[in-house]
Design a protein around this ligand. Structure first.
Ligand code: PRT
Ligand code: ZN
Length: 295
């Protein structure tokens, strides 16, 4: 195993891949693509990307085939439970993308009262271990039918009474005459780290990468806000600024009683907030994105 170049397992193609590459690029990594290859080399940091199917990522990271991995919490959890929690890589960061829910769904024609309705039913799913663990906690006894792909057609085919599958917009359930009755697991992309010992060089690269990931996350949520206002409105306006530290106050040339206020807001700035600022006396309100942040 390479001693100095950090190896990160990422999904080759699919729903996670685009957001993963977008994050890595936003982190400043210059990716040298090698079409059809197993690895992409990063030119400006000692990192190689290992391109694989998402299902292989938790195992590769646990075994140290990759030092880090980016995968959905649903896949990570299913793999860990399948292996009785004996092969669980470390989750070091929630990455805030690929949000989705694992849900129990029934045909629209069925009524639903509570979880007990699943007793003695057969449920088609790609996540039998997450589902059975959930049922066990709720004291439900049901059978699972493991399927990989097109889980939503199982009730129509008469091979299952219900399904437990990933839901994002809900369009797939709707198109198949199914109703979402219970979310059993909420997922997003995770950054996994191997539990194997790593060289100092690799540890240093991870520290740098984590700080850049955090910077990308913060700059996505953080906005730079600028406005003009009468000096007397400053206390009221400061209170209204969402998640802002002490604002910068500047005087406006030739206007004795007016000031310019600049602030970094660590929370979303909504239209409602801008309207409240205006009502409190602000004018010429500008909200700008922040491209990079380093604490
Ligand atoms: O080839 P490989 O094995 O790598 O990919 P894959 O086909 O197993 O996975 P992929 O690319 O479909 O999904 C990768 C990960 O994206 C999943 O493990 C989830 O963590 C996450 N994710 C986010 C989703 C969805 N949204 C999603 N909508 N995974 C699957 N879906 C499917 C779902 O299974 C259902 O068929 O989309 C359909 C539902 O979507 P809606 O919008 O109609 O509700
Ligand atoms: Zn997969």
């Amino acid at each position: 195993m390479e001693k100095t170049r950090l190896r990160i397992a990422v999904q080759k193609k699919g729903r996670l891949a685009d957001d993963t590459f977008a994050l890595l690029k936003a982190t400043g990594l210059t990716i040298k693509e090698n079409k059809g290859g197993l690895f992409y080399r990063i030119k400006n940091l000692p990192i190689d990307l290992l391109l694989v199917r998402d299902d292989d990522i938790p195992g590769f990271v646990f075994d140290g085939v990759a030092d880090l991995g980016i995968v959905g919490a649903n896949v990570y959890e299913e793999y860990a439970l399948k292996n009785d929690n004996q092969r669980r890589a470390q989750c070091i960061q929630k990455l805030g993308f690929s949000h989705c829910n694992l849900c129990l769904a029934l045909p629209n024609t069925e009524g639903y009262a509570d979880l007990n309705d699943f007793n003695d039913k057969t449920i088609a799913t790609s996540y039998p271990n997450i589902l059975q663990t959930y049922f066990k906690k709720g004291g439900i006894s049901a059978s699972t039918l493991e399927m990989h792909g097109s889980v939503e057609v199982a009730p129509k085919l008469g091979i299952a009474d219900a399904i437990c599958d990933i839901v994002s917009s809900g369009a797939t359930l709707e198109a198949n005459g199914l109703q979402n009755v219970k979310t059993i697991f909420s997922s997003q992309a995770l950054l996994l780290k191997t539990t194997k010992d790593l060289s100092t060089e690799k540890k240093d690269t991870i520290t740098k990468l984590l700080s850049r990931f955090e910077g990308v996350r913060q700059s996505k949520e953080t906005k730079y806000i600028m406005m003009n206002a009468p000096r007397s409105a400053l206390p009221a306006l400061t209170k209204l600024l969402p998640g802002a530290e002490a604002p910068t106050v500047m005087h406006l040339e030739g206007q004795k009683d007016s000031i310019a206020i600049h602030a970094v807001c660590r929370e979303s700035v909504f239209w409602e907030t801008m309207e409240s600022l205006k009502t409190a006396g602000a004018s010429s309100i500008l909200v700008l994105p922040i491209e990079k942040m380093l604490a």
